[in-house]
Design a protein around this ligand. Structure first.
Ligand SMILES: O=C(O)CCC(=O)C(=O)O
Ligand SMILES: [Fe+2]
Length: 370
């Protein structure tokens, strides 16, 4: 692990433009995912045009600035699509006194450029742009998954470099494009800086997440996997969780036309790889020392999931299989579950309210979204 002079660890910054199947880059990306669970992908516009990212953020601003009467009709449903208002989500219920200081809008998968859900007027006017952005994200995900398969040396006879990417294509999945808005604190609110948080500590659910941040809007923090008590080789226990800030522009990228895209591993891919790739806990905090009220923060996340019917079977990679006894996490020797089962398990744990009165209609709806 790379240690910097101020004793913080640095998430690696990789440039994968033009390196579709380069084994050296593939090894580097697997290493980063196994050590940190987070990777910066430098973005100079080759994989996702800078303009497409800027436009997506403009659309996000327009949507969140629109009146509540326009947002209400697209409120989030059991299918995980739609708008969730301030404090409606509590990502770390054990430690939060109130819900996250954020609102969000989830787009599910598009079908031929059309959203399969209710859109507010602000979004409906730019449906095609949102769909194109979602496609850019998906293509970058497939490229990264190809590099993972190469880096993990998946048997060629079993699918080789296509092993993950082929399981993320040609079928409905839980892939979600999420716009996020963390408003400045309105004067007179009962915001408590010591306890309140923009997004509580959590890990993501799917295979990988792409995260887009804006210049001048920091706040993301991670718990590096190596600082977990169980990972300490000398057996010492870390008394407090070690949070490490994740800058928007890490060293070397300051002059890039757009911040690097953060890629992080979700719970499903961590499970699938017997915890070789790490699903890292992260959160979003209010920047310290900011003027009272602070500033709005916007981010965009693309949560990639395998096709819902994908069986999370053992991965034909020696690197992964060698870990099967070590971590006690993973599909080896367990009843096979699908990507859909895995996602539903995680969603239910986080959104109890949404699923509580839901016993009867549940089966039907699960079939619809599967
Ligand atoms: O806004 C961010 O920077 C992170 C958001 C996030 O972690 C999430 O939505 O899962
Ligand atoms: Fe997250």
């Amino acid at each position: 692990m790379e240690n910097t002079s101020d004793n913080t660890m640095r998430i690696p910054v990789l440039d994968i433009a033009g390196s579709g199947t380069d084994p050296t880059v593939a090894k580097a990306i697997v290493d980063a995912a196994a050590t940190y669970g987070f990777i910066y992908i430098r973005n100079q516009g080759e994989d996702i045009p800078v303009e497409a990212i800027n436009n997506a953020f403009e659309l996000s601003k327009k949507f969140f600035a629109s009146p509540i009467e326009e947002k209400e009709p697209c409120k989030i449903l059991e299918n995980n699509r739609g708008w969730s208002g301030m404090h409606s989500e509590t990502l770390d219920a054990k430690h939060q006194r109130t819900g996250d200081f954020k609102e969000a809008f989830n787009f599910g998968e598009f079908d031929n450029g059309k959203a399969q859900q209710v859109l507010s007027p602000a979004l409906a006017n730019h449906e095609k742009a949102a769909s194109d952005f979602s496609d850019y994200c998906k293509n970058l995900v497939l490229k990264i998954l190809t590099l993972f398969a190469i880096g993990l040396e998946i048997d060629n006879t079993s699918g080789g470099s296509e092993w993950f990417s082929s399981r993320h294509k040609n079928g409905p999945s839980g892939c979600t494009l999420r716009l996020l808005h963390y408003p400045a604190i309105p004067p007179g609110s009962d915001f408590q800086p010591e306890v309140d948080i923009r997004a509580g500590a959590h890990s993501d659910y799917g295979s990988i997440t792409l995260l887009f941040q804006r210049p001048g809007q920091p706040g993301l923090e991670i718990v590096p996997p190596s600082s977990h008590p169980e990972d300490r080789a000398d057996g010492t226990v870390v008394a407090e969780t070690q949070w490490m800030p994740v800058p928007v522009f890490p060293p070397g990228t300051e002059n890039d036309p757009s911040p690097p895209i953060l890629v992080n591993i979700g719970d499903l891919l961590s499970y699938w790889t017997n915890n070789l790739l790490k699903s890292t806990v992260h959160r979003v905090v209010f920047p310290k020392g900011e003027a009272e009220g602070g500033a709005d923060r916007y981010s965009i996340a693309y949560f990639a999931h395998p096709v819902s019917s994908t069986v999370l079977e053992s991965i034909p990679s020696k690197m992964v299989r060698n870990l099967k006894q070590l971590n006690g996490v993973g599909p080896e020797g367990k009843k096979a579950i699908t990507a859909h089962d895995h996602l539903m398990g995680r969603l239910k744990a986080s959104y109890l309210d949404l699923y509580q009165d839901d016993k009867d209609g549940e089966e039907e709806r699960l079939k619809e979204t599967a």
